[in-house]
Design a protein around this ligand. Sequence first.
Ligand SMILES: Nc1ncnc2c1ncn2[C@@H]1O[C@H](COP(=O)(O)OP(=O)(O)O)[C@@H](O)[C@H]1O
Ligand SMILES: [Mg+2]
Length: 582
Amino acid sequence: MSKLLKCFSAKDWLFIFLSLALLGAQVYCNLTLPEYMGAIVGNIKAGAMAGDLSLYWSDILKNGGIMLAFVAAIYTTTILVSYLSSFAITDAMAKARQQVFGKVNDFSMTEINKFSIPSLITRSTNDITQLQQTLFMIINLGLTAPITGIVAVIKILNLSGDLSIVTALSVVALILLVLVMFIFVVPKFKKIQSLTDKVNLLTRENLTGIKVVRAYGAEKNQEQKFENVNREVAKTDIFVDRIAGLVSPSMSFIMSATSLALVWLGAYLINDGKIDFEILTVFTQYSMQIIMAFMMISMLLVMVPRGIVSAQRINEVLKSQSSITDGAGVDENLLTEKGTIEFKNVSFKYPGADDYVLKNISFKVQKGQTVAFIGSTGSGKSTLINLVPRFYDASEGEVMVDGRDVKDYKTADLHDKIGYIPQKGVLFSGTIEDNIKYGKADATEDEVNEALKISQSKFVFAKPEGVQYNIAQGGHNVSGGQKQRLSIARALVRKPEFLIFDDSFSALDYKTDKALRRALKSHTKGTTCLIVAQRIGTIRDADQIIVLSDGEMVGIGKHDELLSSCPVYKEIALSQLKKEEL
Ligand SMILES: Nc1ncnc2c1ncn2[C@@H]1O[C@H](COP(=O)(O)OP(=O)(O)O)[C@@H](O)[C@H]1O
Ligand SMILES: [Mg+2]
């Protein structure tokens, strides 16, 4: 919990402390009220005995006045406590949410896959809300309820032993009730949270894949999957609510029965002259306070475990360390092999997987060269280039950038050198300009325009809004090919040392593909390029072509060399080009 506690600032702690102090005053008022009530009853009785109530008017008014003042104090403190504690808790939880967000941004793909994206979303939304509610209850009731209960018990024991037995029996009944709650309900909370993860997962998967779902008429199937999980959440919720539903009426019953029993037994005791009427009045009030206190404690006992489950889930995220850590840092001036990338006997398997996805890969790219990767889907092309920006770390061997191991760099410095264009163009909501400036925050208008031109994003200038055109969430108001070109522009604007294209030309028509490659060639001289591509045409001019098959490098060389030396390459080439084009 240590990480979560750090989310509370000094001001938050001060507000919580003030809340507790005010609550202390409130408990004092609450516990003293019955005594003034008893005093008024005493005044009335004395007045009745003397046959003239007016003799006691001033006493009654005085005691009544004090009661009113106490009630006003309780009213004011309740408002203040609510204000102060809400502020402190909401503030701290907002910070926790921010920290989870920041933490997740630092995670490598390994941690993100470990938690899963839907679970990370639940943890930063639903779990924080859950914890927020629990904390609010703990601060408001955690101290006051037990103190009220204990002090009230002491008071009634002094008033009448006989009547105390009635209250004690009620308390035992209450404890049994809470025990039932505890045994049956509390274990369900962990289940509810992980089921919520699943609901999120299915919702997300369904929404992102909605087109495929429609196209394949898989709605029924998806709904069935959702229904199964949804039913299970509902079943668990219903179970919890049923038991919780039993508790509230049972509590009311216990309270009413206690009042009745007290009055009934009290009547006998007064008749026998064992107690006064005042004592019965005061006693009944304290008894109700005890029962209320127990009700609050039982609510806490049910809520707190739920909050703890959520707190643990949040804390798990906060204390997770990214498996990709910053290196010591590299002095740029000491780099002797700038612009080069080298793989030295690199093997890789995904965390938790048994099989190697890359096996013993070695190659070197010189500054300004273009190396292309080709191979069937699943042969490991994306995996290979993901090792350069350290989305994952090589399991064995070394990946060198500018002649140094990528692990030596500060991650931010390493990323500064690289323009990475993912297979699926990713755009964020905002204008086109905002999206391009992701690559370089201080890019000038000219730089943005140049990047757009090289990436063949001329369609931008045809829009009336130009670069101010608003990209919708997920970039769904531009086509796949336009998204790819904008992603390329975003990488180009930073004028990186290295450009890494992961099949980023796949959504482009042949003509655009060709024009783009020509523009890249003339504008990115000196930039080292790693290109994953499906089309032979895209890569045939590359300085080196690396052919991958099942994670192994089965060929390296230029187009013409590979045609004669590498059967896998020849097969791919033949499938795409006519013999005379080769
Ligand atoms: N996050 C992942 N976890 C586990 N296995 C993965 C992951 N991503 C890809 N793979 C596996 O690694 C292999 C290579 O995938 P990938 O590099 O994406 O191939 P390519 O880009 O050549 O199509 C595939 O067999 C794929 O199933
Ligand atoms: Mg791929």
